[in-house]
Design a protein around this ligand. Structure first.
Ligand SMILES: C[S@@+](CC[C@H](N)C(=O)[O-])C[C@H]1O[C@@H](n2cnc3c(N)ncnc32)[C@H](O)[C@@H]1O
Length: 263
């Protein structure tokens, strides 16, 4: 398996009220809310891919392809998949940038990264050799400014405690003119869509998760969507962070959404 390594540059070491904790060779700083989420994602790591497949009837693969395509990543690029989890978007990015390019998957859950690394071992495509997995915090990315040609985030921003800070970090590591593509559940303002989403979580996701003993973990999903941002708020978040333009698109009949922000 590819080892979970430190990034190409040292973390910038911003001051802040978050605790600094060392795991492996990387310092990951976490608040208690972030600690809880980190533990949650480590607990669900073994079943995450299966639950996601069942929940979306496999549709998340299409949404992830769209997210990667809208990042405008191309052959030879150096790209970041932030909050990479078990690596779905990183594997797609790897095919886009090819062996001349480079993909970095960052997540703060070591368990998720171990799953990603073992999936990489089991897959045969030569280009997958271009992926590195790095344990790190979205709020303090271990890269220099203007390091990446594109950034993707799949179902990650919703879970990050300080979203404005995460957007600023994404902006910082992007090259001028390049894009961030951020896929997640859509916090819909349509009563019908919001009710359907809520019904599906209560009646499909939670019962399925319960069969793995993860009821409480998946109850968190509903509250995280209700505390997330609408498309309009996400566009505002991006422009306030300093992106020159931002547009949010609904996918999957409004159940999902993808923000495209250009630096
Ligand atoms: C729902 S999973 C999504 C995984 C993957 N991107 C996908 O689309 O399948 C969210 C991931 O975000 C990670 N995460 C949440 N907050 C983070 C943070 N502050 N820094 C790094 N990773 C974080 C979690 O560990 C988890 O693996």
């Amino acid at each position: 398996a590819i080892p979970v390594t430190a990034g190409p540059t040292a973390a910038s070491g911003h001051a802040g009220d978050r605790r600094r904790r060392r795991r492996g060779s990387v310092a990951v700083r976490c608040s208690s809310a972030a600690d809880e989420r980190q533990a949650l994602f480590s607990r669900i790591a073994p079943v995450y891919d299966h639950v996601h497949d069942v929940l979306s009837l496999g549709q998340h693969r299409t949404w992830k392809r769209i997210c990667v395509s809208w990042s405008m990543a191309k052959r030879g690029d150096r790209v970041l998949d932030l909050c990479c989890g078990s690596g779905d978007l990183a594997f797609l990015l790897s095919q886009k940038v090819g062996l001349d390019g480079e993909v970095v998957g960052v997540d703060f859950s070591g368990q998720q990264l171990q799953t990603a690394a073992s999936r990489q071992d089991q897959r045969w495509k030569a280009c997958y050799k271009n992926i590195k997995w790095i344990e790190g915090d979205a709020l303090d990315l271990p890269f220099t400014d203007h390091y990446f040609d594109a950034v993707t985030v799949g179902y990650g921003l919703r879970n990050v405690v300080d979203k404005p800070k995460a957007m600023q970090e994404i902006l910082r590591v992007l090259k001028p003119g390049s894009r961030a593509s951020v896929l997640d559940f859509n916090k819909s303002s349509s009563f019908f869509t919001a009710s359907l989403q809520s019904w599906a979580i209560d009646n499909v996701v939670v019962p399925l998760a319960s069969s793995y003993g993860l009821t409480e973990e998946y109850k968190y999903l509903k509250s995280s969507i209700s505390q997330y941002l609408t498309g309009e708020e996400l566009e505002k978040l991006a422009t306030e962070a300093g992106f020159s333009s931002a547009k949010h698109y609904e996918l999957g009949g409004g159940l999902m959404g993808n923000l495209v922000a250009t630096r």
